[in-house]
Design a binder for this molecule. Structure first.
Ligand SMILES: [Zn+2]
Length: 682
């Protein structure tokens, strides 16, 4: 056998180092050091040399990343160290509970640091390096046993085949190093794969996590190599690591992982208090939607590895870590139908009816498309694959259309020119995006109006649900709110599944509602922009309906917490004859259209936010800004327009402005609407 010339050996060595460096710069640092064409040429040179001298092929050669011929099945392997799952916390209170739990285990209170990392929505991998060389890559499996997918793991460019131990030799024993992290598909790679599957007539993956899982378990690693999986490392196990100077904290372990050649998520943060952890969590709740990959929460770990060891594990979880999840979730699904709903104000709301999908623990099959201009902006069509999002209590909405996955021959959706319920032509006012049915006796509008009137925050009439309202309106028994007060036991007992006894109960409940205060009646009228809080503010200022009716726009707008939009809407409402007629009938029926003397004593004396200054930014999920402002002010808090050192809290909604950045730089506590409400309710 011909001996290999030393020049050849050296050239092979050189090429490998160069290509490794280039690949690291490209995939891990995201800062390419050579052009693609140059890389390809060098790569081919190495490939040619290795073909010529197969004995020079080494397992860590860049040419070994391309994937091997298909495996028939994956071997099951036992993990060297079990992969625990983490305990979940779904809000800051649960985070505090976790913190208190581990603290109770210690005899003395201590101050600790917490490491916060984004929880990437991918698949956990366990990597084993022996003497610096990647020897095994396994799936999580049940945490004890996983599948050996080494061939596939090798194709992930951001996973080093050999650890960079330069300058670390001798510090500790690197004989066997275990690295854990998350393999994931970036969103653009996910879209491209689904597009290709679509073209090939294969069903698209439901979400990036499923796509990553499916890819990792591909028997043909050549396919895996094309899919561009990525990887963030987050756990390092080196026997006796914390006894050396190598890494005694999770933070140092992450830095060490980076130094060894791994990609470590750059958004990690070291926090010195639970408040800082909360800020990090709140910040990423809104910002994570701008990331090129999916995340579903924040992983919080106690920084000290010694303390981690001391706290140990429960049956299921490590005590020193918690996964703080986000309630809001997104998922892709397909639009089956687009329907149009007519609301209380006559507004036509387009809704997407979709293939049911699990979101934040509930099954979602409908999402709002808001209005005609939103529909046009999204260009959503039947058959489209869309991303739906559900945040807290809000109705799910379609955030994005994956146009790449659009089937052929779809039609743009056009809002109807006639009300889908009463058939009357609809109106689009020039200054607003909403299309409306303006037929006051439209059955859809009457039904929604009654539903609103009987709802809990309005007149709170128990026993009248959606189905009953439908019957009452469809049978012509009720054409307006006032008709409710004319209903007799005889009329009601003719309805389906309604005995005399329940009919009587209902008549009593309706009569009972005449005792509800003026503020609830005002809210129940369903005047646009008048929510329950606004109604309370108005009812305090205008103690009788006559006063409110006589008020000019300027009188209403002058009230603290009431904006121009509300004032205009209230003023216009009292200029419509049908509404004045309704007021007369309600008055005749005996409803409270003025503040009773004892009512004024029930005004909140609650001043729990006294001395605190708030700033509001972005669109809040349910409260209008004026409402949030009024709530804060009623509780004694102050609301200002700009963030300064004197600001105590920033209430953050969707699309926050520069105030958020300013608040972050000043370390001001951020609140979501839910947290603000919780604060007020506590
Ligand atoms: Zn209509």
């Amino acid at each position: 056998m011909e001996a290999i010339k030393p020049e050849v050996k050296q050239r092979v060595q050189e090429l490998r180092q160069l290509l490794q460096k280039a690949s690291y710069a490209y995939y891990v640092l995201d800062a390419p050091i050579m052009e693609d064409a140059v890389y390809d040429r060098l790569y081919r040179e190495l490939q040619d040399l290795e073909t010529q001298y197969p004995e020079l092929i080494a397992p860590d050669s860049p040419t070994q990343r391309v994937g091997e011929k298909p495996a028939t099945q994956f071997a099951s392997v036992r993990h060297h160290i079990p992969l625990y799952s983490l305990e979940n916390a779904f809000n800051l209170e649960e985070l505090r509970n976790w913190d208190q739990r581990w603290r109770r285990q210690l005899s003395t209170p201590i101050k600790v640091e917490y490491v916060c990392e984004l929880k990437i929505d991918g698949n956990a991998l366990a990597l084993t390096y022996e003497n610096g060389l990647l020897t095994r890559g396994a799936t999580r499996g049940d945490g004890i046993t996983g599948e050996d997918i080494t061939q596939n793991v090798r194709t992930i460019r951001s996973i080093p085949l050999r650890l960079n131990l330069e300058g670390l030799e001798g510090l500790t024993n690197f004989e066997r190093v275990e690295v854990r992290g998350e393999a994931f598909l970036p969103l653009d790679a996910f879209q491209r794969i689904n597009e290709e599957r679509q073209k090939a007539g294969e069903p698209p993956f439901a979400n990036p996590r499923n796509a990553a899982a499916g890819t990792l378990r591909q028997l043909d690693s050549r396919i895996v190599a094309q899919r561009r999986l990525d990887f963030f490392a987050y756990t390092l196990h080196i026997p006796g690591m914390d006894d050396t100077s190598v890494a005694s904290t999770q933070w140092e372990a992450l830095e060490l992982l980076q130094r060894m050649g791994f990609k470590v998520n750059p958004e990690r943060r070291l926090c010195s208090s639970l408040e800082e952890v909360a800020q990090y969590y709140q910040y990423w709740d809104t910002q994570r939607l701008n990331l090129p990959y999916m995340t579903d929460g924040v992983v919080v770990k106690i920084n000290s590895l010694k303390l981690q060891e001391q706290l140990g594990f429960t049956q299921k979880f490590p005590r020193w870590a918690v996964a703080l999840k986000y309630a809001a979730q997104e998922a892709p699904t397909r639009v089956e139908k687009i329907i149009v709903n007519v609301g209380r104000t006559g507004a036509l709301t387009p809704l997407a009816q979709m293939r049911p999908v699990q979101l934040a623990g509930t099954t979602v099959s409908r999402a709002t498309l808001h209005n005609a201009s939103r529909v046009a902006q999204l260009d959503i069509r039947v058959g489209d694959t869309v991303i739906v999002r559900k945040a807290g209590e809000i109705i799910p909405e379609v955030v994005r259309v994956l146009k790449e996955l659009r089937p052929p021959d779809t039609q743009p959706f056009i809002m109807p020119a006639h009300c889908p319920v009463c058939g009357q032509p609809v109106v689009q006012q020039t200054q607003e995006a909403v299309t409306r049915c303006v037929n006051a006796s439209c059955p859809a509008i009457v039904k929604r109006t009654i539903e609103h009137w009987v709802s809990r925050d309005a007149l709170d009439i128990r026993g009248i649900g959606e189905k009953l309202v439908h019957q009452l309106v469809d049978k012509g028994l009720v054409r307006s709110i006032a008709d409710l007060y004319d209903l007799s036991v005889e009329q009601l007992s003719q309805l389906e599944r309604m005995g005399k006894k329940s009919a009587q109960k209902l008549v009593d409940a309706i009569a009972q509602s005449k005792k509800q205060p003026w503020s609830r009646v005002l809210y129940g009228l369903g005047i646009r922009h008048v929510g329950s809080v606004t109604a309370q503010i108005l009812a305090q200022k205008f103690k009788t309906v006559e006063q409110l009716k006589a008020a000019q726009i300027a009188d209403i707008e002058g009230i603290y917490g009431i904006g121009a939009e509300i004032a205009e809407s209230v003023y216009q409402w009292f200029r419509i004859d049908a509404n004045l007629n309704l007021i007369e009938r309600l008055q005749a029926a005996g409803l409270q259209l003025a503040v009773l003397e004892q009512d004024s004593t029930t005004v909140s004396k609650n001043q729990k936010l006294a001395g605190k200054t708030f700033v509001i930014t972005g669109t809040l999920p349910t409260l209008k800004r004026e409402e949030a402002k009024a709530l804060i002010q009623q509780a004694g808090g102050k609301v200002t327009d700009s963030v300064s050192k004197k600001t105590d809290y920033l209430v953050v909604g969707e699309d926050p402005g520069s105030k958020l950045e300013k608040a972050q730089s000043l370390g001001i506590t951020q609140l979501s609407e839910g947290q603000l409400l919780a604060m007020l309710a506590s």
